[in-house]
Design a protein around this ligand. Structure first.
Ligand code: GDP
Ligand code: MG
Length: 163
């Protein structure tokens, strides 16, 4: 079967992006979508959810031992979260660059966190940090059949060329 995160390094690469509850409450969903659309990435999955605590703990399983873990799970599982899958060349690494550093005070101006937030505990957005994370996270959030849409964007040739 085709990996959920597509093929790394090709136009089919996919990443998991989520606007966290603070970003949703603050009305920043449209800004986030706009940045990825304008860059030339393609939206292949989108939904609003209130994730369960179990789901949130699984999503952040690698941080289980951190002192801020409980607070992080409290924050995320309040919801709503706007979960997305974006597709395009180098989208995993570019998505992280567009988001900025984990601590918004270290995020460059012009990045999403660098423009919209100032607290590490309320940093408005998540993005997969590697192909392996993208694979895990897309499976966790969009694992049911039919939740992702395979479509060909009209005018894609104006975005995609290696020539
Ligand atoms: P990310 O991949 O940039 O989101 O950062 P991490 O995977 O390291 O951490 C996941 C999330 O945990 C971050 O986005 C923050 O919401 C939260 N977090 C990370 N470090 C801290 C911290 O030192 N304090 C608090 N309160 N939250 C943190
Ligand atoms: Mg992370």
């Amino acid at each position: 079967a085709k990996p959920l995160a597509g093929v790394k390094g090709t136009f089919s690469e996919r990443t998991f992006i989520a606007v966290k509850p603070d970003g949703v409450h603050r009305g920043l969903v449209g800004k986030v979508i706009q940045r990825f659309e304008e860059r030339g990435y393609k939206l292949v999955g989108l939904k609003q959810v209130v994730p369960s605590r179990d789901m949130t703990e699984e999503h952040y399983a690698d941080l289980k031992k951190k002192p801020f873990f409980k607070g992080l799970v409290d924050y995320m599982s309040q919801g709503p979260v706007v979960a997305m899958v974006w597709e395009g060349k180098d989208v995993i690494r570019q998505g992280r660059a567009m988001i900025g550093a984990t601590n918004p005070l270290e995020s460059a101006p012009g990045t999403i966190r660098g423009q919209y937030c100032i607290s590490v505990g309320r940093n408005i957005i998540h993005g997969s940090d590697s192909f392996e994370s993208a694979e895990k996270e897309i499976g966790l959030w969009f694992g049911k059949a039919g939740e992702l849409v395979d479509w060909t964007q009209s005018g894609a040739e104006w975005v995609q060329s290696d020539n």
